[in-house]
Design a protein around this ligand. Structure first.
Ligand code: NAP
Length: 246
């Protein structure tokens, strides 16, 4: 159980982040539900947690913004005194072949997925180091491990998340803070439903377990990495992809 733990989940208004927030809360954590634009949906997540007897709060912040994320962290620390579990889940795609990829689409994906993860860890690092405990879980992707045609920006950002994870894991290890990445494969969310049916079917055929993943498949792994059972695991990239990256 995560009773008494404060968890901050970025991009928790929908998809994987929403499921992670619900799962951590169901296991006793007090959850801060970060969102960027989807205020109502984030508030629905909070209501769902409260209806189940848990505690949560929705907090708006664009994680790609260094100053705004610093401000969010300041406010959270002022109110809750600590963050025990940080889940860097906020992420976007702007797919295109590299020949047609605009500078704006490259920058936007890097800014949210990689810099957003840096911003959150950077601003919470002092607090984590002071408390000498904590769990940081970063969302990478099978695309960051294998690469994917049409996703040069996204794959680069998710490979970057792996390098960031391993470096911070080394920096924080002596303080008892575990930093790991999870690499989902094809998970049914709004992110993947935006893909063409052809692209979706092509990806599904690459899954040895024969089905697309659910947000709950990822949330169960995040729960494990947030809890005591994973205290001796750090700097790892754990796939949750039905065997896609075997
Ligand atoms: P999703 O359904 O599109 O949800 C994305 C979430 O991120 C939303 O809650 C969104 O909030 C939030 N977000 C986006 N930009 C943000 C920003 N700048 N600041 C704060 N929040 C922001 O995506 P998903 O499929 O659940 O994916 C979640 C994570 O898993 C991502 O990092 C993604 O790359 C990774 N992943 C997903 C898959 C998959 O198959 N679905 C596979 C591998 C990895 P607002 O709506 O409020 O903007």
């Amino acid at each position: 159980m995560l009773t008494g733990k404060i968890a901050l989940v970025t991009g928790a208004s929908r998809g994987i982040g929403r499921e992670v927030a619900l799962t951590l809360a169901a296991n006793g954590a007090i959850v801060i539900v970060n969102y960027n634009g989807s205020k109502e949906r984030a508030e629905e997540v909070v209501k769902e947690i409260e209806a189940a007897g848990g505690s949560a709060e929705a907090v708006q912040c664009n994680v790609a913004d260094f100053q705004a994320s610093e401000e969010m962290v300041k406010n959270i620390l002022a109110k809750y005194k600590k963050v025990d579990i940080l889940v860097n889940n906020a992420g976007i795609t702007k797919d295109n072949l590299i020949m047609r990829m605009s500078e704006e689409d490259y920058d936007a994906v890097m800014d949210t997925n990689l810099k957003g993860t840096f911003n959150m860890i950077r601003h919470l690092s002092r607090s984590f180091i002071k408390q000498r405990s904590g769990k940081i879980i970063n969302l990478s992707s099978v695309s960051g491990v294998l690469g994917n045609a049409g996703q040069a920006n996204y794959s680069a950002s998710k490979a970057g998340v792996i390098g960031l994870t391993k470096s911070v894991a080394r920096e924080f290890a002596s303080r008892g803070i575990c930093v790991n990445a999870v690499a989902p494969g094809f998970i049914e969310t709004e992110m993947t439903s935006a893909m063409s049916e052809e692209a979706q079917n092509g990806l599904k055929q690459m899954i040895p377990l024969g089905r697309a993943g659910k947000a709950s498949d990822v949330a169960e792994l995040v729960l494990f990495l947030a809890g005591k059972g994973s205290d001796y695991i750090t700097g790892q990239v754990i796939s949750v992809d039905g065997g896609m990256a075997i």
